[in-house]
Design a protein around this ligand. Structure first.
Ligand code: SF4
Length: 392
């Protein structure tokens, strides 16, 4: 049994999608209704996942000795917007059985344009049930690029879905991917411009990574992709120019609309994670639930859940926690607070990390009395900086 206290956020992984995108490396299974009983099978699968989730929530509630007073909630996936209204009603009940929401500041849901358009009642339901923010997987507003990515929507559906989200008064966020096969700066500019003009308040921009086992990774090699650097640099310039401040390496927001849940990860605060393949962090223990529904069900049904977590988790020692915290903090505009870091990890570890950072080119950092943060140029070469810190 694990004892927990001070959980700041809760993440729930919904492991279902309509179909698998060609580049996707997240754990999710496609719910097809091509067979006569496809819909029925989907419902059975979702019910089984909710049964397991209910059990998992109960175990954590017992471990905490009561409800968790969380500040943020994030329901991701997969495709949470694929769940029916009745599945959502059950999911909300499970969350309420585990959490005290009196301190809740933000509750986000990830959505896909095609399922959201088909399932419009969800927006009303979310509004009535404490959800404040919807993050839409747009990825591109160029139909050829969407086809290459194997997305189940086109550009006009994505814009329509964003419009519905904004009109329903949610804080809207959009995910975009750059560095796609055949993409050029003109098309990237067009996707960014349409997203900015749509009224979203938050944009996440990620570079495409080809995983060799995905359909896209089997067709293309890294050498076939355009250089991501120029797309990233362009996004930094354009978004900043349009008042979307870069508050993290891949995230841009209008003032006051930064994602509070993700900030918890970058501050290395405790986040509990439920659902298959979900990763959580509790006081130095980094755990990950099994990456398949079958194994996830098995450990819950056979009462092996905490044994499994303890056997598979990484228990970080002070030095590893300090390095990880430095890397996570540096991802953000706020960077490392000298005072807070020393309070958590001591002066000696701070000095070792500071020494490495100060040995790197000056233009990569913004340094003041209490903080070390990356400059826009530093954010462009973040990976190289992490590699230096990992050698400590
Ligand atoms: S919708 Fe997201 S999680 Fe689902 S297959 Fe596509 S990229 Fe993966």
């Amino acid at each position: 049994m694990i004892k927990i206290k001070n959980i700041s956020g809760l993440y729930i992984h919904v492991p279902f999608c309509k179909a698998k995108c060609a580049y996707c490396d997240f754990y999710s299974i496609a719910l097809t209704s091509s067979s006569p009983d496809g819909l029925l099978n989907s419902q059975l699968e979702i019910d089984a996942w909710l049964d397991a989730l209910e059990l998992e929530a109960k175990l954590w509630r017992n471990a905490a000795g009561g409800k968790l007073k969380i500040k943020t909630l994030y329901i991701g996936g997969g495709t949470p917007s694929i769940l029916s209204l009745s599945a959502w009603q059950r999911l909300i009940k499970i969350i309420l059985s585990l959490c005290d929401l009196s301190n809740l500041r933000e509750a986000s849901v990830e959505a896909n344009p095609s399922s959201l358009i088909l399932n419009k009642d969800l927006l009303k339901f979310w509004r009535e049930n404490f959800i404040t923010r919807v993050s839409l997987g747009v990825q591109s507003l160029n139909n050829c690029e969407l086809k290459i990515l194997g997305r189940v929507h086109d550009a006009s559906m994505a814009l329509k879905a964003l419009n519905l989200i904004i009109n329903a008064n949610f804080n809207a966020s959009a995910d975009l991917i750059f560095g796609l096969p055949k993409q050029d700066l003109r098309s990237w500019h067009n996707s960014l411009k349409l997203i900015i003009n749509s009224g979203v308040r938050h944009i996440s921009a990620y570079q495409l990574t080809l995983e060799p086992h995905t359909p896209l990774g089997k067709i293309y090699k890294d050498a076939d992709l355009p250089d991501g650097y120029k797309f990233y640099r362009y996004a930094q310039w354009l978004l900043n120019h349009k008042n979307f401040a870069q508050y993290e390496i891949s995230n841009f927001a209008l003032k006051g609309y930064e994602c509070q849940h993700n900030i918890l990860y970058w501050r290395q605060e405790n986040v509990l994670a439920l659902g298959p393949a979900a990763s959580g962090y509790i006081d130095g223990l980094r755990y990950k639930n099994p990456e398949s529904l079958a194994s996830y069900y098995k450990i819950l049904r056979e009462n092996l859940y905490f044994n499994n977590i303890l056997a598979c988790a990484e228990n970080l020692d002070l030095k590893s926690r300090a390095i990880e915290c430095a890397v996570l903090n540096l991802r953000t505009r706020d960077g490392i607070s000298k005072r807070e870091f020393i309070l958590k990890f001591g002066e000696e570890l701070f000095k070792s990390i500071e020494k490495i950072l100060l040995s790197l080119p000056e233009n990569l950092f913004i340094i003041n009395k209490d903080r070390i943060a990356l400059s826009a140029a530093g954010m462009r070469v973040g990976n190289a900086i992490w590699a230096e810190l990992m050698d400590l």
